[in-house]
Structures are given as C-alpha cells and as structure tokens.
Unconditional design. Sequence first.
Length: 470
Amino acid sequence: MTNHTDVLIVGAGPTGLALGIDLARRGVDALVVEKADALFPGSRGKGIQPRTMEVLDDLGVIGAILAKGGAYPTGAVWKDGRKVGEHRMFEPSETDPDTPYGTPWMVPQWRTQEILSTRLAELGKAVDFGHEVTGFTQDETGVTVEFASGTAVRARYLVAADGGRSLVRRTLGIGMTGETVDPHPMLVADVRLTGLDRDNVHVFPPHGDDGFLAIFPLAGTEDFQVIAQFPEGTAVDLSLDGVRATVAARTHLAPEDVTELRWASNFQPRAALADRFRAGRVFLAGDAAHVHSPAGGQGLNTSVQDAYNLGWKLGAVLREGAPESLLDTYEEERLPNAADMLGISTQVHRGELERGRATQQLALGYRGRSLSLDTRTDLPEDALRAGDRAPDRTVDGVRLFDTFRGPHWTLLALDTKPPTAVGDSVRVLEGPAVETYGTGLFLIRPDGYVGWAGTTEDGLAEYAKRYGLR
C-alpha cells in the first residue's frame, strides 16, 4: 500500500526541519523522513548568522534559540601553556534599526535540530525516523518514493535535504562542480574536558607538522568542540584515545583532561555546487545542493535559506493557486546565491576574507530575478530595491518584523495611498515615510524580500495576479 502526501522531505537536518515547519504552518501536507533512528547528534554547524536569526524568528523558534545558545566569546591564543594574545572571531558590527540581530549566535547543530523538531511537533507534525530511501520515479503528476522497508510514498513534490552524499541527487544524475578547499584533513569532536575556562575560544597555533587546533565552549551546554587540522594524508583517529592524543600533543592539557568523547567526525574541506537545484518535481536543498568549508559558518545558514525560499513557493502553488512556474524561481534565485556563499566560505577558509558583514547574509538578495520588479525610476544608488532584504523599522509605532511574521505577503504603503482592494493573503501597513524605505508601495514576499516596489499602484495588480496572490 502506498501512502500519499503533498511534499516528501528526505532528511531531518536543519534544512528538512525548517522546510517542514514552513509548510506545516501553511497547511501543506508534508512528511519529513530520516534514515537514521534519531536526530544528528553532533555540533558540526554551530554558528547562526543574523539573517538566519531573522528566519528563525519568523518560524517561531527565536526564543528557544536565544535561550539555548550564546554569543561567541573572544578567542584566546595559547603558547607554551600561557595565553599570549587575543583572536577576534568576527569583524566588529554595529546594531541598527534595520537589523535586530547584529552578530552570529552560537548554538550546536544538534540543539538547533532539537528546537526545530519541537516546533514541528507543535504544528502537529513529526519526523518519520528509520526510513531509508532506496529509489524513486517521477511522472507528470508526482513522485513515488520507495524505502528499504518495502513501503512507498506518493508525493506531488520531493525535496532532497539528505546531505552532501545525497542519494536523491545521485539518482537524478545531477553532478556537483567543485574543488578541494584544503588538502589537510580536519577533526571535529564534541568532548567534555577540564583545565580550560568557558569564557574564551581557545586557539592553539600550528606547531611542527601539525596544523592549528581550536577548542570552543559550546554555548548552552557543558561540552567543548575540538577542531583540529592534520598534515595531508593523515588517517584521523576518531576514538577517545585518538582525540586525547591530539589535544595533549598540541596544548598544555593532559590526555586525561579530556574526560568524555560525545561525538566525532573527520572531513576534508571542499566546496561544491550542484549543477541544478531542480529536476521535474524534485528539488535539492541544503548540503544536497551545495557543500561548504565550515569556515565562516555558511553551510547551515545557506541551507536554511534554501528551505525558507522554497517553502512559501510550494505553499503558494499547493494552497494558493499560484502557477507552477513559480517553482522555477527557486533554482533561479538560490543557485547563484549559494554560489556566492560558497565563494565567501572558501575565501574565509583561506584567510582572504574576515568574518563580518559578508558572512552575515544580510546583504544577499534577488535583484534582477524574475520575481523582483521595481517600477520606480531615477533611484539613488543606495535606495532599497525590489529583490533586496526588507529591513526592520518602526512605522507609525508598529515594528515591521512583527508585521512580516507569518506566511502572508505584506504591502507597505509609506506616505502613499494603498489600493482600495487588497486580497486576504496580503497584510497592509500604512504609515509615513521611514528611513531606508523612503516613500512608495513595497510588496514584501513571505520570505522577507521586496518583491515589487513602485510610487503608485500601477502594475501591482498584474504582478499579484501573476504569482497567485488573492
């Protein structure tokens, strides 16, 4: 017997969980399946960038993210058992009215997934664990997915959020273009240890043939994350004894100071981008579509942005009567965006770019794409345009991000008369001109980007009709 659903999401990492939440709040019947028996147990992706904080705010989990995480501490550089300097993790950044979350926030990946899974349950959905996909076929009306258990699910759309070794991507025959960012293998491990404070990220520069080693106190936990670089060709020992030996060889700590190994993995930093993000009724998202060096904290964040972009579009097609062509804009917008972030990750890894404004993802947008239409002319160079992230502000006593929060579109009418009739899928906010926006009409997409902008309503109705807005 084959079960049916609107959207089948393969993979219960941050990408799949975020997409499941977004679809659930839109009333879309979506199923998240995961081949493992539980959520991923490690801290691999621990940095949440300011733009992703805004996304998590909209998805209803920002309170838990703030409560369970913490700010990145200052780096302390060690030599011969003494602190000899400081290491700045990020370029200084200033908060302003446009940006409620000004700096990255540290939350171990396992905790982020735990929070997202709890939110999914609040919306009446749950991850279906122990379901390994073995294959699928698609036709004009849907996708039939087969599992190792012998069961099958029929879905109108399939989303591959199953990681860098994605079976779905390989089954589709979609290649990945990329490069090895660094030939040196890396260790990442979650441990319990004694002998180091939790007020600093502890940095131990390269010594002899060994690469650097850094130990992060993981915010909101008793754990530390160990990251170590090894000479090219090294077989990394992931056992407790192996991690102890690495820490003892490169720091002033004794092997027994590492009291517990909770999780460990090794990898070789690489950057790779899928040649396509869509094939028929199947979409690639997250690591299935792009693989980053962990430097700069872009992988998890770019992945959540994928889900946020795709979620409202699937919801519009499946529940709002939008044309299926809207789904073509997912690849159009996200593939070049992911390519940009891969470049940034690689630059940070190679020391060519500091972590700062470029890594916060606040400046990324979709100017010049088919969903971005600006009818204004003679704009100053620094003007907010269609395709840009819609910044936060207060309009006539109302915070914009409070107005944007939810699955709807928002029409801002700033010192400009709004249309007399607006459908129930659009929330209208009128007020005086505000800095950053100026005057005019701004139609804000459900994912917080300016879709359409104009000085009058001319062209607005046509744009709305094109994308299924009521």
